[in-house]
Design a protein around this ligand. Structure first.
Ligand code: 5GP
Ligand code: 5GP
Length: 215
């Protein structure tokens, strides 16, 4: 499909920490993976694979390709486990409707991944494969960063652990004093690269010396 946007420069694999995302919604809603069992998933899960530009901006809603769940029927088991929706409510799609978290991510970001990723099935399969190859939960736990409600970890330590494992600098996003997201960045051939310089910690309240509790 033809897009009015120029080709993206690199990928950002946005991962979310369920303990932080789930803690935000006061109510349990039926479609929400936080409600399964008594606990939120205990590993980073996928938010999305986002094509980005080197100037800090990004394209969105690039083609009119609408999400079709049947195209990813063979991927539903891993997607439900590793790419669950942790928020209540249906996000908007690019075409004015409401859809699932997966529909939102495919239409907003996935449609901008061409020519590296050209269709919906490839978008979800590629994202799962990159997620499995770069296991952030394992790297952090091997470096001694295990989720805790009392311990506060220095952000610089978390960043170093990822740098040592993947030889690239991630971006962290905190919310209310807790780590909410960790972004890994990749060249178009999926070799790791630094996320944008100067913004490895998003949100002015946090400096590299401060800490993100509850991870
Ligand atoms: P927030 O304002 O919560 O950081 O981001 C809201 C939405 O903007 C995200 O869900 C995502 O769709 C988009 N977004 C935020 N940061 C980035 C980024 O660095 N790259 C891309 N491609 N999208 C982003
Ligand atoms: P983005 O930040 O990718 O543009 O938007 C994410 C959208 O998906 C928001 O409208 C949000 O409410 C919805 N959503 C559904 N499930 C999740 C989830 O597990 N995490 C996040 N960050 N957003 C979710």
């Amino acid at each position: 499909a033809v897009s009015k946007f120029r080709e993206f420069d690199y990928f950002n694999l946005a991962l979310q920490w369920p303990g932080t995302v789930c803690g935000r919604s006061r109510h349990c809603c039926s479609s929400n993976a936080c409600c399964r069992g008594s606990n939120a998933p205990a590993e980073f899960t996928i938010h999305g694979l986002w094509p980005d530009y080197n100037d800090g901006t990004w394209p969105a809603c690039c083609t009119r390709s609408e999400f079709e769940e049947k195209e990813i029927a063979t991927l539903l088991d891993p997607l439900e486990k590793y790419w669950p929706s942790l928020s209540c409510g249906s996000p908007s799609t690019c075409h004015g409707g409401k859809g699932s978290f997966w529909a939102h991510e495919w239409e907003k970001h996935g449609t901008c991944s061409s020519p590296v990723v050209r269709d919906e099935y490839s978008y979800f399969l590629t994202t799962l494969n990159v997620y499995f190859k770069y296991n952030v939960t394992r790297v952090l736990s091997e470096a001694g960063y295990v989720p805790s409600n009392s311990e506060k970890y220095p952000l610089g330590g978390i960043i170093s652990a990822i740098q040592n494992a993947f030889h690239a600098t991630p971006k962290l996003v905190c919310s209310k004093g807790a780590l909410e997201e960790l972004h890994l960045c990749f060249y178009k051939d999926f070799k790791p690269r630094d996320c944008l310089a100067g913004s490895s910690i998003q949100n002015g309240k946090y400096s590299s010396k401060s800490s993100c509790p509850k991870y």
